[in-house]
Design a protein around this ligand. Structure first.
Ligand SMILES: [Ca+2]
Ligand SMILES: [Ca+2]
Length: 182
């Protein structure tokens, strides 16, 4: 009786193992792995001599955000700082959602010019070409959405992700503010 039970159990395990193998192969074919998109700091220029200028004609430092998700994201109410230890990061205003909303798969330029009077996309801090950090914090003022720490930067040479949203960073002699890094 016990032996029969053991053999039945063994058979079940073996059958399940084979079934599992088949199921695994089917899963790989039927459901290809998908990478969930994210909101990231995608590129920045910490020393702007002649890259692009803002609407006031200022060649200011800029940070490019990329919305890799399938939904629009309003960054109004989120925070940006150049210092991960900052206890008073700059809040992106919530007063103009048209300007602060990034469509799915699109880009947004934040100007780091210490000229917040120029509009909701102008952050009250500049980037240091000597090296520091770029940090995007969620509306709770706690959750770091993305951050990157960089060394000394050359004028008009940006740093960005090798492809939009990728984990690896590189320098770009031809910056692509507001457009794909590819
Ligand atoms: Ca400006
Ligand atoms: Ca870009």
């Amino acid at each position: 009786m016990k032996l029969t039970k053991f053999l039945t159990g063994l058979l079940s395990v073996l059958l399940l193992a084979f079934a599992g193998c088949d199921l695994g192969e089917d899963e790989i074919i039927e459901v290809p792995p998908t990478e969930e998109g994210v909101l990231v700091i995608n590129e920045f220029l910490a020393s702007n001599d002649a890259s692009i200028s803002d609407e006031e004609g200022g060649f200011d430092d800029w940070v490019e955000l990329y919305n890799g998700t399938s939904e629009a994201i309003d960054v109004g109410g989120m925070y940006f700082t150049d210092n991960p230890e900052d206890t008073e990061p700059n809040q992106i205003p919530t007063t103009n959602a048209d300007l602060t909303t990034i469509p799915a798969g699109s880009y947004l330029i934040l100007w780091c010019d210490k000229e917040p009077e120029q509009g909701v996309l102008h952050i009250n801090t500049k980037l240091s070409s000597g090296g520091e950090s770029v940090v995007l914090i969620d509306t709770d003022m706690l959750t770091v959405i993305d951050s990157y720490t960089f060394d000394a930067q050359e004028a008009d040479v940006s740093m960005g992700r090798t492809t939009d949203g990728a984990d690896t960073w590189t320098t770009f002699l031809d910056p692509t503010p507001g457009a794909s890094n590819n």
